[in-house]
Design a protein around this ligand. Structure first.
Ligand SMILES: [Ca+2]
Ligand SMILES: [Ca+2]
Length: 220
C-alpha cells in the first residue's frame, strides 16, 4: 500500500505499483519530475500569509508564505491584481525552519496598485489535493499610502522616515527669517542652529512642530 497512514508517502517508492509515487512524484533523483504524486498521498495548502499592505512596485516582489500539509515541490502560488492580471509566484525561496511553510516571491510585473489576492494551492502536475487553494486579500499600496512601518516611497519601498525640506517664514511679512532656527518635533526631538531653509529626516506621520529663533522679534 501507498498511503499517509502507512507512512509510505515519502519513501521514494511506488509502493502500489500504479505509476504514481509519494506526495509529489519525487521517486527518483531526477528533476523535473517524471511521475505524479500518488492519489493516496494528497497534499493540501492550509495557510497563506503576506505582509499587508505591501508597497506596489512593478519591478519588485511580494514575499508570500504558504503552509502545506507536508513538504514537497507541489506549490502553486499566484498573485492576482484588481484587474485580474495573475502572476505565478512559483519561485520557491525555501522553508521556514523545520515547518511545512514555504516562502515564495510574487512578481508585481504588469500589475496595478490596489486590492489584490494571494493564493496558495497545489500544482496538479505534481500532486493530488483534497481541499481548494487558500487565498489572502493583499493591498498593493502606491506612493505615500500606508505600509506596516510608515508609508510607501517613490521606489515602492516601505519607509518610516522621509526627508523634510522647510523654511521658517515671518508670519507678518511672509519673508524668510534670517539666521539659524531651532526645531522641536513632538516636544522631544530638538534640532538646534539649523540653517533656514533647512533639511531634516523625520518620522512618517503627523507631528507637532515648533520652530524658534533666538533674537528675532517680528514686531520690531
Ligand atoms: Ca511511496
Ligand atoms: Ca503509487
Amino acid at each position: 500500500m501507498e498511503s499517509i497512514a502507512q507512512n509510505t508517502c515519502r519513501d521514494g517508492l511506488d509502493n502500489n505499483c500504479d505509476g504514481e509515487v509519494d506526495y509529489d512524484g519525487d521517486a527518483a533523483p531526477v528533476w523535473p519530475l517524471t511521475t505524479h504524486g500518488d492519489m493516496s498521498c494528497p497534499v493540501d495548502a492550509t495557510g497563506v500569509s503576506a505582509e499587508d499592505p505591501y508597497c506596489w512596485n512593478v519591478t519588485r516582489f511580494v514575499p508570500v508564505n504558504c503552509t502545506f500539509t507536508t513538504r514537497g515541490r507541489m506549490g502553486n502560488v499566484t498573485l492576482t491584481d484588481r484587474l485580474g492580471t495573475t502572476n505565478s509566484c512559483n519561485v520557491f525561496a525555501g522553508w521556514i525552519g523545520a515547518s511545512s511553510t514555504a516562502m515564495f516571491n510574487c512578481s508585481m510585473a504588469g500589475m496595478v496598485s490596489g486590492p489584490a489576492v494571494v493564493s496558495c494551492g497545489i500544482n496538479g502536475a505534481y500532486s493530488y489535493n483534497t481541499t481548494p487553494a487558500v487565498s489572502f486579500g493583499e493591498q498593493l499600496n502606491a506612493l505615500n499610502q500606508p505600509c506596516p512601518i510608515g508609508i510607501c516611497s517613490r521606489a515602492g519601498i516601505c519607509i518610516d522616515k522621509v526627508p523634510w525640506d522647510a523654511t521658517v517664514l515671518d508670519d507678518l511679512t511672509g519673508t524668510i527669517i534670517p539666521g539659524q532656527v531651532n526645531i522641536t518635533i513632538d516636544d522631544t526631538t530638538v534640532y538646534v542652529n539649523l540653517p533656514n531653509p533647512f533639511s531634516l529626516t523625520v518620522p512618517v506621520g503627523n507631528h507637532k512642530i515648533w520652530a524658534s529663533m533666538a533674537g528675532y522679534d517680528p514686531r520690531t
